[in-house]
Design a protein around this ligand. Structure first.
Ligand SMILES: C[S@@+](CC[C@H](N)C(=O)[O-])C[C@H]1O[C@@H](n2cnc3c(N)ncnc32)[C@H](O)[C@@H]1O
Length: 187
């Protein structure tokens, strides 16, 4: 994970860090890792446009808006930062396909079990892995992602983490993922 701001590595797991960062950025947008254009072939292949999708740790990335332009109709976006959720809610209020809610991905009790066809995570598990108590945070997050997904649903994890480090977190008790790995070239 790289960042333009000099910060303590553990900051990525803190709501306060992200609130301050999004406050500084104001209404601008930034996509970590990859833009939708680079991910589009994989997303289109695995996630039908009619899917009910949960974007966890949405930040101020443009990917959800770009997915709507591409035909996706139902995207719930959550983030632990209330600042970014308010900014995005205002920015996207004219896009009915997008909803925004402040929520901790480790406790998504607001959503019933088996609500979503797909969960997209671009950099959010990675953030938790940089925080304090990272293994437990990752455990809680994956348990919740597994719970809110419909049977046969897809968790698309877009990560800079090495598979040997990330996959053990996915394969926790109660989860039985069929894992397919795609390598995306840097764009
Ligand atoms: C690396 S950024 C990625 C942002 C966006 N997904 C993207 O692709 O540009 C990680 C995001 O996860 C959010 N986040 C960190 N911890 C979280 C948590 N426990 N629950 C929900 N969101 C969290 C941060 O606020 C931040 O927006």
């Amino acid at each position: 994970m790289n960042s333009s701001s000099a910060s303590h590595p553990y900051d990525y797991g803190d709501a306060e860090y992200w609130d301050a960062r999004y406050w500084e950025q104001g209404g601008s947008s930034f996509d970590w890792y990859q833009r939708f254009s680079a991910l589009r072939p994989i997303i289109n292949k695995l996630i039908p446009s009619s899917s009910k999708i949960l974007m966890v740790g949405c930040g101020n990335a443009r990917i959800s808006e770009d997915m709507v332009k591409d035909g996706y109709v139902d995207l719930m976006n959550i983030d632990i930062s209330s600042i970014v959720i308010e900014l995005m809610r205002k920015k996207c209020m004219h896009i009915p396909q997008l909803k925004y809610m402040q929520m901790d991905v480790r406790d998504m009790g607001f959503f019933n079990d088996e609500t979503f066809d797909s969960v997209i995570d671009k950099g959010t598990l990675d953030s938790l892995m940089c925080g304090f108590d990272a293994p437990f945070s990752a455990f809680q997050m994956i348990e919740e992602v597994n719970r809110v997904l419909k049977p046969g649903g897809i968790y698309m994890l877009i990560t800079y983490g090495d598979p040997s480090v990330r996959i053990p977190h996915l394969n926790q008790p109660g989860c039985c993922w069929k894992i397919t790995l795609y390598i995306i070239p840097l764009s």
